[in-house]
Design a protein around this ligand. Structure first.
Ligand code: UD1
Ligand code: CA
Length: 454
């Protein structure tokens, strides 16, 4: 037996008013389709078959898991969509059908649905829930023994059926063989002229096959995203869940309503996250670390016992016991060591800063390799660009770069080299040497008074 998922994502998503396919829109930093694929994988699905139509090339680009892709050229209904995948369905398969626009579904729910389906030996099991306002959904119609009888769409429902509050989630488990047989029997004789997947329930019932309904979920989790308003709502629900998960794991979040942590971020316990923080992409924060307000960190690793204050960090690494900010900017490929201080208005790009080094204020460090226990004074600029090409500078362990110096790359300051303040350094500095690269001070005594007399 193989557990396969067929994910429906061929629709246009007209109400998004977007040139991009609906399922590619992101929720907490990840395309909603990828959330659905991730959840199906977590629930134990072996293979994923994706039904794509509109902008399928664009959708293929965003995928992070290997999936079998089947094209549905015309969108003639959910039954027609699944029919396109018929060659990928084996008789012994258990098939999970789910839509690509339900990003809040939980792996546990899918697993429970699967277990219930297998345990009861149903040929199809529909995931259902009961809601106050069922308008728009397919209704679950039960027989006098309270067994599932059929599903009726909103537009096809009679007055009595419209009163039913138990709805079809659009998520199902099927027995492979029965699904294939009933897919071939669906017609489009209904209010929308579509081939409804939901008709398989009635078709199976008429063949005396066992069909069931599993009431195992809340409507929040089943929410479909069809518009930007729903996109924001789903984002808010998922954001709350993510923040809650971190708090349960031992992270302090001062104001969860104003903290934006994307789905794949990891945070160690006893770390504290202040309001307005955005932790994005593949970011990992260590233990006992403080992320101060309005910091924005993407795809970066931050160590333990470190403090980031109101700073922006992109595609970089920061070690342990280090302080960054306020108002520092670590651009891609910065690798900041342990016990380092990167102070206010310091910008670092594609540079390595060794353990114990300090750049406390107002510096630009680009394309550099800075050793351990180096002091970079206030206003130092690593002059890495000549207008055409970028060059690298090396400042070795224990060196001291005085305030307002320029290091014109490529240049090497050897160990314990000492640069006098205000120097422009264009030649290498040997170890332990003092380099002064500035005009000597000239003194003209009483010059001001003489000038004023004239
Ligand atoms: C469907 C169910 C309804 C259920 C609801 C839950 C049917 C007939 N109805 O209705 O009972 O309550 O979901 O949300 O299945 N799609 C394709 N190809 C198509 C048509 C649709 O890939 O030809 C995809 C869409 O992109 C979408 C999903 O299938 O992601 C659902 O299609 P949609 O037409 O929106 O179904 P609903 O009317 O919501
Ligand atoms: Ca529809």
């Amino acid at each position: 037996m193989n557990f396969k998922a067929i994910i429906l994502a061929a629709g246009k998503g007209t109400r998004m008013k977007s040139k991009y396919p609906k399922v590619a829109h992101k929720i907490c930093g990840k395309p909603m389709l990828n959330h659905v694929i991730d959840r199906t994988k977590e629930s134990g699905v072996d293979d994923v078959v994706l039904i794509l139509g509109h902008e399928s090339d664009y959708v293929k680009e965003i995928l992070t898991h290997e999936c079998k892709i089947v094209e549905q050229k015309e969108q003639l209904g959910t039954g027609h969509a699944v029919l396109q995948a018929i060659d990928n369905i084996d008789d012994e398969d258990v098939i999970l059908v789910i839509c690509g626009d339900t990003p809040l579904i939980k792996a546990e729910t899918l697993k429970n649905l699967f277990d219930y389906h297998v345990k009861n030996e149903y040929k199809t099991t529909v995931l259902t829930t009961t809601i106050e306002n069922p308008f728009g959904y397919g209704r679950i119609i039960r027989d006098d023994k309270n067994d599932l009888h059929k599903i009726v769409e909103q537009k096809d429902a009679n007055e009595q059926e419209k009163l039913v509050k138990e709805i079809n989630s659009g998520i199902y488990c099927f027995d492979g063989k029965s699904l294939k047989e009933s897919l071939l029997m669906i017609n489009n004789d209904n209010a929308q002229g579509e081939y409804y997947l939901t008709d398989t329930v009635k078709i199976m019932r008429d063949k005396n096959l066992k069909v069931g309904a599993f009431e195992g979920s809340s409507i929040e989790e089943l929410m479909g995203v069809n518009s930007r308003v729903e996109l924001a709502k789903a984002e808010s629900i998922m954001r709350n869940e993510i923040n809650k998960k971190h708090m349960i794991n031992g992270v302090t979040i001062i104001d969860p309503d104003n903290t934006y942590i994307e789905a794949d971020v990891k945070i160690g316990f006893d770390s504290i996250i202040y309001p307005g923080v955005m932790l994005l992409g593949d970011t990992e924060i260590g233990e006992d670390t403080i992320i101060g307000h309005n910091s924005n960190i993407s795809n970066s690793q931050i160590g333990n016992n470190t403090e980031i204050m109101s700073s922006k960090i992109v595609d970089s690494k920061v070690g342990n016991n280090t302080k960054v900010g306020p108002f520092a900017y670590l651009r891609p490929n910065s690798d900041i060591g342990n016990d380092v201080k990167i102070g206010d208005f310091v910008e670092v790009k594609k540079s390595k800063i060794g353990n114990g080094s300090k750049a406390s204020h107002l510096a630009y460090i680009g394309d550099a390799e800075v050793g351990e226990n180096v002091n970079i004074g206030c206003g130092v600029v690593f002059v890495n660009y000549d207008g055409k090409n970028k060059f690298k500078s090396i400042v070795k362990d224990g060196a001291f770069v005085g305030s307002n110096s320029n290091l014109v790359a490529p240049v090497i300051v050897e160990e314990n080299g000492y640069i006098a303040a205000g120097s422009t350094i264009t030649h290498n500095v040997p170890d332990g040497s003092l380099a002064i690269g500035r005009a000597r001070q000239v003194l003209k005594e009483n010059w001001v008074y003489k000038k004023n007399k004239k």
